[in-house]
Ligand binder design. Structure first.
Ligand code: ACM
Length: 549
């Protein structure tokens, strides 16, 4: 049995390791298979040196094997959208997708079957390509299989985002949630408000380590994506069947925007003109003022965002809504006057008014709002979906009330949390969440009725980057745990609780070789390499949380 990750639904291969050699194959493309063909020529072409020409119709193939691509919508009847079949016989490799996404996943599985060398960008001398003879039928458990990257706390340059799209696709994940704004940086160009990036994308320095650390990096940090960068990211993602969920966080997590445009803040209680982009970590009291002018400003932001992120790739738009302290609204005469004028229930009602406004505004434009589970407080907007991060409770309440939910409980799938209890974990944060813990994450809690469970669209792992200063640190936190997460959201199991961790761990041996070939700076099973450690940098481990709580 080939060591595939995520585990396919059904696979039957010849016993005794029967294989066929694949030398300079032809690529026979059926209608609608152009995207998968482009990807195969680009990725397998680079790794193997194959040109993958089309067979000449009516011509002689000679002894050349054929990789044939086809769409077969009937496959979906058994295994649903995004599913596929893959058949390997002497002389013919057949990839059939229920749809274009399914065919793309068949191509991804083909690359895994060819071995770790197929993940390189050029062939090694003397490379021989072999495939196991057999049949495979596969399809996903959930339609939302995501990763959130916080590109606000530490900017990930465009190349890094494109690379992550490839890494998601290699694990059959299909949602990239980009956290584009926060107190510490604004990362999306907005043409009508140039100061959002001129001022809001830069901070003078950063705390080095978590909040309690006395150390600072006295280096300016920042950067942003131009609208064309984002259009390129969206198109690159679409070609790989990854949907992008852009997030503009309101009404909290907004100090970078206020630093650029002080009128967005609560100027009657703080001197907003004196605020810079925040250089520290934590929850910040500088939140947006609850005024009509602020709503109009953000409508302008979202108008440009909708144009850059088209509905086909970004049906959902994330408006944040998390961790909005109400201190300034309590102290602000203007905010209190708004509460009376709007007739809302105190400061929570103001927050709900903010979110409801954008729920209606997005719905009128054919999009759906999604927000962190705080958007449940003060009444959830009717069409809104919820990212359940403070455990399962928000998701359970929302799904019970008929709202769609993406499960991403911080106790299970926040990949900024440390992976082991050892002293040498770099800047340890939160609970210990090992590879096995992530593997045992169950997105659908047992208390949900069947009807409510149908509202769980899927799950995503979230990566907050306060203590991840560059791509290598992000890789270290994300891998290998994303491989376990991918199997949780892709692979259907006979019964919850039947996860075979020993089997997964055995398959990881092959997967580490793939990650090596891809150049992923993962945490090795034995612990961090010397350069991956950050001795002396304080984190925020949650004590009393034993391994595997
Ligand atoms: C969050 O972790 N503040 C969504």
């Amino acid at each position: 049995m080939p060591e595939l990750i995520p585990q396919p639904r059904y696979a039957r291969f010849l016993p005794d390791g029967g294989t066929v050699e694949l030398t300079d194959p032809l690529l026979d493309t059926g209608p609608g298979t152009g995207g998968a063909a482009r990807w195969l020529r680009r990725e397998l072409g680079a790794a193997t040196g194959w040109e993958l020409p089309a067979p000449v119709r009516g011509g002689e193939h000679g002894a050349r094997p054929v990789i044939r691509l086809a769409l077969r919508p009937d496959i979906a009847r058994g295994t649903g959208a995004e599913s596929y079949e893959l058949h390997v016989a002497p002389g013919l490799v057949l990839l059939e997708g229920a749809d274009e996404a399914g065919l793309f996943y068949a191509a991804q599985t083909l690359r895994q079957l060819l071995g770790p060398g197929a993940f390189r960008r050029a062939p090694l001398p003397g490379a021989v390509w072999r495939l196991p003879v057999g049949d495979l039928l596969d399809g996903p458990r959930f339609g939302w299989r995501g990763l959130m990257l916080d590109v606000a706390r530490h900017f990930l340059p465009k190349d890094g985002v494109l690379r992550y799209i490839d890494l998601l696709a290699a694990h059959k994940l299909n949602v990239l949630h980009l956290h584009l704004t926060d107190d510490q940086g604004w990362r999306m160009e907005v043409k009508r408000y140039p100061r959002l990036t001129e001022v809001g994308s830069w901070r003078a320095r950063s705390r080095w380590g978590h909040r309690a650390s006395p150390l600072w990096r006295e280096t300016p940090h920042g950067g942003f994506y131009t609208q064309d960068d984002l259009r390129e990211i969206v198109a690159y993602a679409a070609e790989r069947h990854v949907r992008v969920v852009p997030e503009i966080d309101v009404p909290g997590h907004s100090q970078a925007a206020i630093a650029a445009y002080p009128e967005l803040g609560n100027a009657d209680v703080v001197d907003t003109a004196a605020l810079g982009v925040w250089d520290d970590w934590g929850v910040n009291e500088n939140v947006l003022a609850p005024t009509e002018a602020v709503l109009r400003f953000y409508e302008g932001v979202f108008e440009e965002l909708l144009e850059v992120f088209p509905a086909e790739v970004s049906p959902f738009v994330h408006v944040g809504g998390d961790e909005c302290p109400k201190t300034q609204w309590k102290a602000s005469a203007l905010a209190q006057e708004r509460i009376r004028e709007l007739g809302v229930d105190g400061e929570d009602g103001l927050q709900s008014w903010f979110i409801r406004h954008f729920d209606g505004w997005l719905a009128e434009r054919g999009r759906r709002l999604i927000g962190w589970d705080e958007i449940l407080e003060g009444g959830l907007a009717p069409g809104a979906a919820v990212s359940s991060w403070r455990g399962y409770a928000g998701g359970v309440a929302a799904a019970g009330a008929g709202h769609d939910v993406v499960m991403c409980p911080e106790q299970q799938v926040y990949l900024d949390h440390r992976q082991a209890a050892g002293e040498d974990e770099p800047v340890p944060i939160g609970y210990v969440r090992s590879l096995e813990d992530v593997y045992r994450f169950e997105p659908v809690p047992p208390e949900l009725s069947e009807e409510a469970a149908a509202h769980v669209l899927g799950a995503q792992a979230n990566v907050w980057t306060e203590v991840m200063e560059d791509q290598s640190r992000v890789d270290y936190q994300v891998f290998p745990r994303l491989a376990a997460f991918a199997e949780v959201v892709w692979s259907r199991l006979p019964e919850p609780g039947e996860r075979d961790y020993a089997g997964f761990d055995a398959r990881m041996t092959a997967h580490y070789r793939r990650l090596d070939a891809l150049g992923v700076d993962y945490r090795p099973p034995g612990g961090p390499l010397p350069r991956q450690r950050r001795p002396g940098l304080l984190g925020r481990p949650i004590e009393g949380a034993p391994p595997n709580v």
